[in-house]
Structures are given as C-alpha cells and as structure tokens.
Design a protein around this ligand. Structure first.
Ligand code: ATP
Ligand code: MG
Length: 394
C-alpha cells in the first residue's frame, strides 16, 4: 500500500498534437516540483490524468504544497494505491483513509467505483453498495446522498486499486513553456511580481529585467528584487534576471529633459532596454505591473507613450485590477511581505513633484531629442554592464 496523488488537468481546447505537448510539459513540471519534496516518486500519464506514486512514505502536506505550484493542474487528490487483497481488506483501508483524511465526518457521501478489470468479483454497483454499508457501520455520523454528496469516495479497480476521498484545487492555467516566453519588467514593488505570476499561469515562460540606480539605490534594494524572483521561481522555475545599471541614463534625462516628463521618459528607456533583453532571450512580448490610472505614469495617455517606445507588444495582466485585488494576489502567491520592505526604487528617487498625467507623444519625443548626444552610448553601456542572475536555482 502506497501513498499516491491523482492530478487532473483542464482539457478544453486541447486537441491532437497540442494535447500531447501540454501533457508532456505538465508531466515534466510535476516531476520538477516533486524534486523539492523529501521522498522518491514515480509520475506517469494515464487516461487523461497524471498519477503520482510515492515510493516511500511522504509528508502529504509538503507534496500538496509543491503540486499546487504547477500551472495546468485543475485539481489534486491524495490517494492510496494498493494491491487487491480482497474486499474486506479494501474496505478496512478505505475506512482508515477516511478517518485520517476527514476529521469532521458529519458529512454526506457517495461511493463511486469504477472497474477496468472485469474479473473483479463485484460489479461497480455491488462494490458501491457493499463499501457504502461498511463506511456507514464505521462512521454512523456519515450519511449517504447519491445526488449531491459532500464527498465522493472514488475507487478505481485496475490491475491495482486506488481510491481517494478529497480533491483540492490546483492553480489552474497552463504548464509553463506551452505558450512561449516574455520579458517582465520586475521592480521591487507589489505589482510587477503579480503580473509575472499572471502571465506565467497562462503557460508563458518569464524572464525578467530590473533597473537599479546605484549608489542612489542600495544593494539591499537589489537583493529584494532577487528575492522576489526567487519566490516567483517556485511557480516559474529558475528565473533569468537581468540587472541593469540605470543611473547614468536617469541622470542624463534629469539634466536634459523637463522634470515633469522624467518618469515617462525613463519608463520609455526601460522599455527599450527590456526589449533588447527580450530579443536576446527569444521573448515575444514585454510584461509590466501597470494598471490604468494607478499613478500618473499609468494613465491611458502615459501608457500610449510607453507602448510607443517598443515594437514588442506590452502585456499588462493587471490592467483592470484595483490595488486591493493586486495585494490579495500578492499575499496568495507569497510576494507581498517582500514587496513592502521599505527599500528605495530608482523611479522614486528622481520623480518630479507634479509629473504630467496626460503626456503627448510628440512632445515627449521632442524632449528626447535633447538626449541625442549621449543616449545611444549610455544605452549600449547599460546593456553591456548588465549583470545576469539566475534566481531560485536550487
Ligand atoms: P510595482 O509595484 O510593480 O513597482 P508601481 O505601482 O510601483 O508598480 P510604477 O513604479 O509606475 O508602478 O511601475 C510600473 C511598472 O513599470 C512596474 O509594474 C514594472 O513593471 C515597471 N518598473 C517600474 N520600475 C521598475 C524597475 N526599477 N525595474 C524594472 N521594472 C520597473
Ligand atoms: Mg514601482
């Protein structure tokens, strides 16, 4: 008798070749997640699901936590895999499993058994009835409801037998790598880590670029972003993080351009540099944590100006989110506590008191002409001196 886990994934829009790719990637991601858990496992694709068997006793909670980071899983059921030692042995094991899995048993249930091995002595109907009776005997507080039960006691009779009583939601989405890759502009704030999570959930592999401004921003501020990338790597896998020294560009913009346009011009250069790394990493788009109207640089006019700086599509998964919704998600994925650490950000150091809220692209471009003398050189230097870190490499 071994612990096992049944993993179910979404099947909508999965046909032919796509389905196979989806399943293969998902299986690989499940195996990677299980490497973080103490114990050894076998994981196989079977009948539109993934079946994980623990080859030694494992901590169920730890396994569940790891599996719940795998995008593409719709639900996860801890199960027992056992040999066929006759009905009485099976009933005893099911009862023991219910006792362990469900502390409060004032619930309704229905036994749902299936057999692919037709030489099993009981039909599915007979097994449902016999097992139901045993469960009622063992737990008088439980009652049968065949129409809308609180739990299904699912039993599958194959070569071996497996059964499960509880299903927990997985993170949903699609396995990472099934939908290309994108470059995330990752700051130390609350929003951009959540934005990265959101696109990754749709199967996009995420690379990241962070801009800092030493000595105006500290080593600790940088470490905070590396830490955010490491937290994200639980879901994303190891994250390639380009750390760009943005000081000279910022100073130059500060010297040459109207101060109320600083943020928007800075943001445009961030986009251009992130685009460089996107092309280097083979990405098909940029991702930011912006949402409409959150700050001056995120009005519709500002976003238009930011977009115009790059020829790649800019994905903003938080576009329609209120701040509180973003915070709730940051709490859920575990980035919030790190995001609120009070280290300075390069954008806040050079901000104007009254930034333009409705910048006009032609005006911004005219202001940028004042950068003509040195900006190409500074752009090249920022790219050449960038440091690439792999965050979350175990
Ligand atoms: P966040 O919480 O993600 O920092 P924010 O509300 O502080 O967002 P802004 O500072 O206007 O918003 O930044 C908007 C977006 O620009 C961020 O979500 C991020 O994608 C990108 N960005 C801002 N600053 C940086 C930076 N220093 N390095 C990389 N990307 C940045
Ligand atoms: Mg920010």
């Amino acid at each position: 008798m071994n612990q096992a886990f049944l993993l179910k994934y979404g099947e909508i829009a999965l046909k032919g070749k796509n389905r196979r790719i989806f399943e293969d990637v998902l299986l690989k991601k499940v195996k990677e997640a299980l490497k973080r858990v103490d114990g050894s496992f076998s994981a196989t694709k079977t009948r539109g699901r993934i079946f994980v068997e623990a080859l030694e006793p494992v901590d169920e909670k730890e396994v569940m936590e790891a599996l719940q980071t795998v995008f593409g899983l719709v639900w996860i059921a801890p199960a027992i895999l056992t040999e066929d030692n006759g009905f009485d042995a099976l009933a005893a094991q099911v009862i023991e499993f219910i006792e362990k899995s469900i502390p409060d048993r004032h619930i309704t249930f229905k036994v749902d058994s299936r057999r692919t091995r037709k030489n099993y002595p009981l039909t599915s109907m007979e097994l449902n009835a016999a097992l139901g009776e045993k469960i009622l005997e063992a737990f008088p507080e439980m009652t049968v409801d065949v129409h809308d039960p609180d739990i299904y006691v699912s039993v599958e009779i194959r070569e071996n037998i497996n059964f499960y009583v509880r299903q927990y939601p997985g993170p949903g989405g699609m396995p990472i790598g099934t939908n290309g890759s994108a470059q995330l502009l990752l700051s130390g704030g609350i929003d951009s880590p959540v934005a990265g999570y959101m696109v990754a959930k749709r199967g996009v592999e995420v690379h990241a670029t962070y801009f800092h401004a030493p000595p105006y921003t500290s080593e600790r501020a940088k470490q905070k972003v590396v830490e955010l990338a490491s937290i994200l790597s639980k879901y994303l896998g190891p994250v390639t993080l380009h750390v760009v020294n943005f000081t000279d560009i910022q100073m130059y913009i500060y010297e040459q351009c109207p101060h109320d346009e600083l943020t928007i011009i800075m943001r445009r250069y961030m986009m251009k540099i992130a685009e460089h790394f996107a092309r280097e990493d083979g990405d098909m788009g940029l991702v930011t944590g912006e949402s409409i109207g959150q700050v001056a640089s995120q009005t519709m006019q500002s976003l238009l100006c930011t977009d115009a700086a790059t020829s790649l599509p800019v994905y903003r998964p938080l576009i329609g989110f209120d701040k509180q919704d973003i915070i709730d998600l940051a709490l859920k994925i575990g980035t919030y506590d790190t995001s609120i650490l009070p280290y300075e950000d390069c954008c806040t150091i050079f901000v104007a008191k009254h930034p333009v809220t409705k910048p006009r692209l032609e005006r911004i471009q005219r202001s940028e002409q004042k950068l003509a003398e040195k900006i190409d050189e500074l752009y090249e230097k920022a790219i050449e001196t960038a440091e690439t870190i792999i965050a979350g490499n175990k």
